[in-house]
Design a protein around this ligand. Structure first.
Ligand code: IPD
Ligand code: CA
Ligand code: CA
Length: 264
């Protein structure tokens, strides 16, 4: 039986503790490792933070499943499913020590329960519980009202994947970038989706994103009035491998962008 309030309280407590620990982190060279190459990093803090969440969640809710970036899935027996990215924006964590997030999303039976995304260095906690709207540090947030292409700010977390690598929508995305007001890239799927939720950006494109990257922020964005789908216009799957994402400040903006990208 779902107990969203107890899980939400635990998630809030853990994300606060983990954020405080990351703010104090001072990385040594030997604590930074490459996963698949120099553009794909992991640090001891990514692993330590994910273990911290896993151990606390498994102790409190042993039937829950945990899908995190750094360790194999822990399969429960029908409880809730947690999606954890211990550091979203590891490159920023390593190079800037800012613009990185802890992302915690929780679902039950395919339905969202809550999402939490902590912008760690700003100590800004984006939150949403299903049906309860979205907030940042307790103050309600809402998507922007911008609807016309020339006034939209487009954000995309992986510039090489969006604009430089060949894919079916590459040329259309380059054209789109030339028509919007501006293009930004912070380098964190979770934080950039929260920027759309908070009205600071209007459109978001990612050519690859995993469930732990977006499953918390998607709840926050939808509760703030935004909409998202795959680049093919399909509903975003809750599980599975990396997917593309087209997200926007409204269903209308998302449909306009989808039509632009597919040449309609
Ligand atoms: C990455 C960041 C990045 C995005 C990548 C993600 P990580 O997550 O969100 O902005 O372009 O696709 O994998 O590796 O920092 O957790
Ligand atoms: Ca990530
Ligand atoms: Ca990560």
């Amino acid at each position: 039986m779902a107990n969203p309030a107890a899980r939400y309280a635990l998630a809030q407590q853990l994300i606060g503790q983990a954020g405080r620990a990351l703010r104090l982190a001072r990385l040594e060279a030997g604590e930074i490792l490459q996963k698949t190459g120099p553009q794909d990093l992991v640090t001891v803090y990514d692993r330590r933070t994910e273990q911290f969440f896993r151990q606390a969640i498994q102790a409190a809710f042993p039937g829950d499943s945990i899908v995190g970036e750094e360790y194999p899935q822990a399969a429960g027996d029908g409880g809730a499913v947690w999606y954890i990215d211990p550091i979203d924006g590891t490159t920023n964590f390593v190079n800037q020590h800012r613009n990185y997030a802890i992302s915690v999303g929780c679902y039950q039976g395919g339905q969202p329960l809550f999402g939490l995304v902590l912008d760690v260095e700003r100590d800004a906690l984006f939150s949403a519980q299903a049906g309860g709207g979205a907030a940042c540090n307790g103050s309600p947030i809402r998507v922007s009202g911008r609807r016309q292409l020339p006034e939209l700010l487009l954000t995309t977390p992986g510039v090489p994947y969006t604009f430089l690598r060949g894919h079916a929508q590459q040329q259309a995305l380059i054209r789109l970038a030339g028509q919007v007001r501006a293009v930004r890239s912070m380098g964190s799927v979770a934080l950039e989706l929260c920027q759309v939720a908070a009205g600071e950006a209007d459109l978001f494109v990612a050519m690859r994103s995993s469930p732990w990257d977006h499953n918390a922020a998607r709840i926050i964005l939808q509760e703030a009035g935004g909409a998202l789908c795959t680049m093919q216009g399909q509903p975003l799957p809750q599980d599975g491998p990396s997917t593309t994402i087209l997200a926007a400040n409204s269903l209308q903006t998302m449909q306009m962008a989808a039509a632009f990208l597919h040449g309609a």
